[in-house]
Design a binder for this molecule. Structure first.
Ligand code: SF4
Length: 291
């Protein structure tokens, strides 16, 4: 198996076989993201190479492989016929495979449309991880996400309609102090319109080599304190009116909010209220540009 450039995968894919399908990120402009900035430019690996890596993995691991993730940053953007071909090849090689997963941006998913997504579902693609980050248009524009709330809603609905499991990632604090409430409320509205299977919370940790870190250092972006992050989470949960599972499966979060909505909303809000009584020194350290 061969890998090129940064290889990232969601924490929930920790046990998955990683077979690289694409290199880098075709967008590569988000203000908070450093992952692929210094790596090789985006490209799609040839299907024959990817299939050879699948064969190699089969020779090593056989039927122990149960879940498969195709890095890198936006594999849904690769040509549908190519992605379908490698999904089919993986399903043939690993008949016990329970899940095939990729990262996918809303822009790329919307461009694919319903027919291509149905093709991918038939070929065996079963879950897409989408970085929603925010459902607020001003925030999306400021962080250079390259999409809008309307497009994110459309993309999420297309994925769900195709019968593909959908995880949407939200970054608490990504609107800064100025847009905290708008970010929370409009993100909740977008998620309610999408009704993803899972909402995965992250909390903003400004990373080295990012535009966002530069903006913080110039005083153009005000980072939220732990209590402000919790208030933002409270707005989000109060307005999130769709059946979805909420997880906080990431080191960046100040508290572990996890449960099924709407059933667990009251418990989660009570958890936030309790954490708001803690001194802020009890939370994880605030990391700015240390990673
Ligand atoms: S957050 Fe995702 S879409 Fe944005 S630059 Fe990073 S990998 Fe690309």
């Amino acid at each position: 198996m061969r890998y090129e450039g940064p290889i990232y995968r969601p924490p929930s894919e920790a046990g998955s076989l990683l077979i690289q399908a694409t290199v880098g990120c075709p967008h590569n402009k988000c203000s908070f993201c450093m992952i692929y900035k210094k790596g090789p430019p985006y490209r799609v690996r040839p299907v024959a190479e990817i299939c050879a890596d699948i064969d190699d993995a089969h020779a090593r691991y056989g039927n122990r492989v149960r879940t498969l993730f195709f890095p890198a940053g936006n594999t849904i953007a690769m040509p549908t016929a190519d992605l379908a071909a490698i999904c089919r090849h993986a399903r043939e090689r690993f008949p016990a495979l329970e899940r095939i997963t990729v990262y996918g941006s809303s822009a790329a998913i919307a461009k694919k449309g319903a027919t291509d997504l149905a093709t991918l579902r038939s070929a065996g693609l079963s879950r897409i991880h989408v970085g929603l980050e925010s459902g607020d248009d001003t925030v999306l524009s400021r962080i250079k996400k390259g999409t809008t709330a309307a497009e994110q809603i459309l993309a999420g609905q297309l994925v769900k309609a195709a019968g593909i499991e959908l995880s949407e990632y939200v970054i608490l604090g990504i609107g800064g102090a100025a847009l905290s409430q708008a970010h929370a409320v409009n993100t909740a509205k977008a998620l309610a319109a999408i009704a993803p299977d899972v909402v995965r919370l992250r909390t903003l940790v400004p990373k080295i080599n990012t535009l966002l870190l530069h903006q913080i250092r110039k005083g153009r972006f005000q980072l939220l304190s732990p209590h402000e992050i919790l208030r933002e989470a409270r707005w989000l949960l109060t307005h999130l009116d769709s059946p979805t599972r909420l997880t906080s499966d990431h080191y960046s979060n100040y508290i572990n909010l996890a449960g099924q909505l709407p059933e667990d909303r009251a418990r989660l809000l009570a958890q936030i209220e309790d954490a708001l009584t803690w001194d802020e020194s009890r939370f994880r350290p605030i990391r700015i540009g240390t990673q």
